[in-house]
Write a protein that binds this ligand. Structure first.
Ligand SMILES: Nc1ncnc2c1ncn2[C@@H]1O[C@H](COP(=O)(O)OP(=O)(O)OP(=O)(O)O)[C@@H](O)[C@H]1O
Ligand SMILES: [Mg+2]
Length: 541
């Protein structure tokens, strides 16, 4: 359908006159058919064009305000609506899709894009399916996916206001990883809200509801008593469904912790950090036990009075708070979950560390502990046994509230910039196939380099200016998308993933996790009915 005519084109921007009786929405993807190439354009804004003088506008609007009939002599010649669009791609006559290298000619017609033409944009060539292409608010049936192998090691950034759909998207990515049978990826999630495992409430589903959780999910929780498979039962459409999930208790032996596990949470001042190092040097593996159990005076004496008592007292309190007393960090050496977590990562599973109600400090500590060990394992293995490392799954570690680790305030300490394990992975993780999936409500707080290093970005509704401006300013292919980002609804997103070949801001509607799982459950229930009917038939012979 024809919707307009090009009235200006410059750089990668096209302005077109909107035909009188059609509606064009922000985010619409349209085409301009030229002789040699077809330009694909995306509407980003609108602007009325008028040759009316200010006096005429004042006179006509006053008449209209008074309810009088307004007749505009030569109306369409002197006033019309235009849409401003960005050229996102060019498709040659041979079907090659490339970055725009030309602009459409003046007065070329603009048309809506048919679904089979959207397919030509190659937005569904990856193995991690995220949702459907969206035209403004209309959702098409064309799928959008990214390649995990290419996108994960270059890191991902997912941002939105609260309730924008970040966790849902996290679940969708995990669902994709679980269902790939060759276990080519693994994912680590620390969940303090209890949303991932069973959805957390009766309106939501969790990873356990998907049939692929039996092979793909590794559940680590203080609710689990012993290592092994746990049974989870639920009803769907009258059928009783049972899942047997690999699980183990969330218990970490404090003797396996290192000063860096604490320091990299960013909670400690330089003198407190020195104390942790000093204890480590003096007492080796027992350093933490000594800090926690021994009286302040005794520690003071054992360190040759080199640290102030007040520093010892504050550090003791902070470490106590992080360790907590809910049985996650234990003194015995007989069981430590970290080895099992690493094993599950190497087997290509989604490792879910479930700690509802954990404090912010505890969550940070656990995230640092696990991330450090995974990165070290991949780093060392690549060096000493590259052929084994090549068989390791590509891993993506989810960092919730990423601004806590990547804000300028956290990274700048006493006038100098300090790296932590997350900035190190941002910089070097690609080489080892260790990626971060940073989730945040406040991308405006993130350090610029970090935003640049997260090459795949999924922007959900983000109405505050400091946040969307920051993301737009440091992301190629997002120029001019401010209005669109501000006006996104829950679950609607813009995706850019250059490593995955997506080099323009693709508007999409992220799948609702529940829809994906309901579809699987329908099939599962149907199959089990067929099987049980089969059995009945056989037994009646
Ligand atoms: N793509 C989507 N399609 C339909 N519903 C969605 C979609 N994404 C999220 N929702 C729904 O919106 C609500 C909020 O989503 P979600 O919990 O994912 O948001 P969030 O960004 O993680 O919020 P918070 O910042 O509070 O953690 C949920 O009820 C969820 O089911
Ligand atoms: Mg959330």
């Amino acid at each position: 359908m024809k919707v307009g005519v090009v009235v200006w084109a410059e750089g990668t921007t096209v302005k077109f006159r909107i035909l009188e009786d059609v509606t064009v929405e922000r985010g619409d993807i349209l085409k301009v058919e030229g002789h040699a190439v077809k330009h694909i354009i995306k509407v980003v804004d609108f602007k009325p064009e008028t040759l009316l003088t200010p006096i005429e506008i004042a006179r006509l609007s006053l008449k209209k305000a008074r309810g009088e009939e307004v007749e505009l002599y030569d109306g369409p010649l002197r006033y019309y609506d235009t849409a401003i669009a960005t050229i996102v791609a060019e498709i040659t006559r041979d079907g090659d899709v490339r970055r725009p290298t030309s602009v459409p000619k003046l007065f070329t017609d603009v048309y809506t894009l048919e679904e089979d033409e959207i397919e030509e944009l190659n937005l569904d060539t990856g193995d991690i399916e995220l949702g459907f292409v969206r035209m403004g608010s209309k959702v098409t049936t064309c799928r959008v996916s990214i390649s995990g192998a290419k996108a994960f090691p270059h890191h991902m950034l997912i941002c939105s206001i609260t309730g924008g759909g970040k966790t849902n998207l996290g679940k969708v990515i995990a669902w994709n990883i679980m269902r790939l049978r060759d276990r080519r990826y693994s994912m680590v999630i620390v969940d303090t809200e209890g949303e991932y495992f069973d959805g957390g409430d009766s309106h939501h589903l969790g990873l356990v509801h998907s049939p692929s959780s039996e092979e793909g999910l590794f559940f680590v929780s203080y609710r689990v008593k012993d290592k092994g498979r746990i049974t989870y039962r639920f009803r769907y459409n009258g059928a009783l469904i049972e899942r047997r999930i690999r699980a183990c208790p969330l218990r970490i032996s404090i003797s396996s912790l290192h000063p860096d596990d604490f320091i990299e949470t960013g909670e400690f001042t330089p003198p407190q950090e020195s104390l942790l190092w000093l204890l480590w040097r003096e007492h080796g593996d027992e350093w933490l036990d000594i800090l926690l159990r021994r009286p302040i005076d005794s520690i003071y004496a054992s360190l040759g009075r080199r640290v102030m008592k007040s520093t010892i007292a504050v550090t003791k309190r902070k470490v106590h708070m992080m360790i907590g007393d809910d049985g996650i960090f234990i003194e015995e050496d007989d069981y430590d979950v970290l080895g099992d977590i690493l094993e599950a990562v190497l087997k290509g599973m989604v490792v879910l560390l479930d700690m509802p109600g954990a404090s912010d400090a505890q969550e940070r500590l656990l995230t640092v502990i696990v991330t450090r060990r995974i990165f070290r394992k991949y780093e060392v293995e690549r060096r000493i046994n590259p052929s084994r490392w090549r068989r390791y799954p590509t891993v993506i570690i989810v960092i919730e509230e990423a601004h806590r680790y990547f804000s300028k305030a956290v990274l700048m300490k006493h006038g100098e910039r300090r790296d932590n394990i997350f900035t190190t992975i941002s910089k070097r993780g690609r080489k080892y196939r260790v990626g971060l999936c940073c989730i945040t409500q406040m991308p405006g707080e993130l350090e610029e380099t970090i935003i640049r290093q997260q090459l795949t970005k999924i922007v959900l509704p983000l109405p505050t200016k400091p946040d969307y401006s920051k993301v737009v300013n440091y992301t190629p292919y997002l120029e001019g998308a401010e209005e669109e980002i501000k006006n996104l609804e829950r679950g609607e997103a813009l995706l850019i993933s250059p490593p995955s070949g997506i080099k323009f801001a693709v508007p999409l509607k992220i799948h609702q996790f529940e829809d994906l799982v309901y579809e699987e459950l329908e099939e599962e229930v149907l199959k089990s009915k067929v099987i049980s009917q089969d059995r009945r038939l056989k037994s009646s012979y």
